[in-house]
Design a binder for this molecule. Structure first.
Ligand code: ATP
Ligand code: MG
Length: 402
C-alpha cells in the first residue's frame, strides 16, 4: 500500500494533467490566426442575417482543424445571436444522414427527435425549427453544421443533397456546412454535384514545423507541469520527433504526457530527453500493437512464427547482419505451416507467404534483407521490428480471441 506522502510525491511532476488531454482546447491557439480568420469569415454572414458560406477544411491529423473549428464556435456563441446557430458533430458518432439530422434537431430542442421517426418527419421538423415555428422567438435561423471527420458519413451524397435542398425549401433562414477531414482522397467518392456544393471554398491546414510544435508544447508545459520539471531539451526533442511524424501536435502533446508519466513511475523529478525517448518507444509499441491486432489471421500466424523462431534460444539458423539477428525466411515458413496445421487451418502457399511478408514489411512490423553471397545462394532473411516477447504476447492475445 502506498503512503500518503508517496501519493503526494506523485504530484510533483504534474500540476494539471488534463491540459495535455487531446480534448482540451487551449484559450489561445498559436500559429493559426489566418485559419481562424478564414473560418470566421465563412461563418460571419450568419450574424448579419444571411447564409454562411460552405467551407471545406482539409489537413493531416493533428494540425489543429478540430480545435480551430471549436474555437470559432465558441466565439460565435459569445455573440449571443439567436439567429446564428452552429452545431458541432463528430461524424464518427453521427455517421449517416439520419443520425446527423436527428442530432441537430435534438440539440436544438431536446426530446423532439425520438428514434423511429421517419426521415421525412425529421426533415420537416428541421425546416420548421429553422423557419422559426418553435418558441425561441428566432425565426429564420442561419444554421451552420460543423461536420468533423465528414469522410466517415456513409451516405454523404444524400446528406449534402438534403442540406442543399433544404435551402431551396426554406422560406426563411438557411443551412451551411463546415466540413472537416484529414483524408485527402475522400472527395473523389462524391458526386460532382455534392462535391461542388461542399467544397465551394476550401482551406488546407499545413503541418506544424518543429519550431511551431515547440511553441505549442511550451504553452502547455507551464500549466500542465510544475515549475522546472520539464527540461527545455525534452520539449525540443518531443517537438522534433512530432515534426518528423507529419507535424502532428496531438502526437507531440501525447509524448510529453507520457514522458511525464514515465518520470512519475521512475520517481525522478525531471522530464528529460531520456523520458521523451522512452515515451516515444512506448507510443510506437502501442501503434504496432494496434496494427498487429487488426492483421488478417494468416498474417498474424506468419508474424507469430517469426516471433517464436526469434525467441528460441536453441535456434541455430540465424545470421548476423550489421549487428542484427536475422532468420531464414524458409525456416519461418516451415514454422508457419506447422502452426497453421496445428490450428486446423490449411497453410497458404509460399507465393501467398511472400505476399504476406511484403505486407508485414510495408506495415513496419518486420525487416527483410536478401542474404549476401555464401549464404545458400540468395536466401531471404527476416527479423522482427519490435521485441519478440512483446510481439508474441500481443499475438497470443489476438489469436486466442479469434
Ligand atoms: N495551434 C495550436 N495551438 C495550441 N494547441 C494546438 C494547436 N493546434 C493543435 N493543437 C492541439 O493539438 C491537438 C490536436 O489538434 P486537433 O484535434 O485540432 O487536430 P485535427 O487537425 O483535428 O486532427 P485530426 O485530423 O486527427 O482530427 C489538440 O490537443 C489541440 O489542442
Ligand atoms: Mg480533428
Amino acid at each position: 500500500m502506498p503512503s500518503f506522502s508517496e501519493l503526494a510525491g506523485e504530484q510533483k511532476v504534474f500540476r494539471d494533467k488534463g491540459v495535455l488531454s487531446p480534448h482540451f482546447v487551449p484559450s489561445q491557439l498559436l500559429y493559426r490566426e489566418n485559419e481562424i480568420r478564414k473560418v470566421m469569415q465563412a461563418v460571419a454572414p450568419a450574424l448579419h442575417n444571411s447564409k454562411a458560406r460552405n467551407l471545406f477544411v482539409y489537413g493531416k491529423t493533428g494540425t489543429g482543424k478540430t480545435c480551430v473549428a471549436k474555437h470559432v464556435l465558441q466565439k460565435l456563441d459569445e455573440e449571443k445571436n439567436l439567429r446564428a446557430r452552429a452545431v458541432y458533430l463528430n461524424c464518427r458518432i453521427y455517421d449517416s444522414r439520419y443520425k446527423v439530422l436527428q442530432k441537430v434537431i435534438s440539440s436544438f430542442s431536446p426530446g423532439s427527435a425520438k428514434t423511429g421517426y421517419s426521415f421525412a418527419l425529421l426533415y420537416e421538423r428541421f425546416l420548421d425549427w429553422i423557419e422559426g415555428l418553435g418558441d425561441d422567438g428566432a425565426d429564420g435561423k442561419h444554421v451552420i453544421l460543423v461536420l468533423d471527420e465528414i469522410d466517415v458519413v456513409k451516405d454523404l451524397d444524400n446528406l449534402i443533397y438534403t442540406l442543399t435542398r433544404a435551402n431551396d425549401d426554406l422560406k426563411r433562414g438557411s443551412v451551411s456546412v463546415l466540413g472537416i477531414s484529414n483524408k485527402v482522397n475522400f472527395k473523389q467518392r462524391l458526386d460532382t454535384r455534392s462535391k461542388s456544393s461542399l467544397c465551394e471554398e476550401e482551406m488546407v491546414f499545413q503541418p506544424y514545423d518543429a519550431d511551431q510544435l515547440k511553441g505549442i508544447l511550451t504553452q502547455r508545459v507551464s500549466t500542465a507541469f510544475n515549475d522546472g520539471v520539464v527540461l527545455p531539451s525534452a520539449v525540443n526533442l518531443a517537438a522534433a520527433i512530432a515534426a518528423g511524424d507529419n507535424g502532428d501536435a496531438r502526437y507531440a502533446l501525447a509524448l510529453l504526457l507520457r514522458a511525464g508519466e514515465v518520470a512519475e513511475k521512475k520517481k525522478v523529478e525531471k522530464v528529460s530527453e531520456k523520458e521523451v525517448e522512452e515515451a516515444r518507444k512506448a507510443a510506437d509499441e502501442d501503434k504496432a500493437a494496434e496494427i498487429v491486432s487488426s492483421l488478417p489471421e494468416h498474417q498474424k500466424l506468419v508474424l507469430y512464427a517469426l516471433a517464436v523462431v526469434s525467441e528460441d534460444v536453441h535456434y541455430k539458423k540465424l545470421v548476423e547482419e550489421e549487428g542484427e539477428k536475422y532468420y531464414f525466411s524458409g525456416e519461418v515458413y516451415e514454422r508457419y505451416r506447422a502452426m497453421a496445421k496445428k490450428m486446423g487451418q490449411e497453410p497458404r502457399t509460399s507465393r501467398w507467404y511472400r505476399e504476406y511478408l511484403h505486407e508485414l514489411e510495408t506495415l513496419g512490423l518486420i525487416n527483410s534483407v536478401e542474404s549476401g553471397k555464401g549464404v545458400r545462394g540468395h536466401a531471404t532473411l527476416l527479423r522482427l521490428s519490435y521485441e519478440a516477447p512483446k510481439v508474441k504476447h500481443i499475438l497470443e492475445k489476438a489469436l486466442l480471441a479469434e
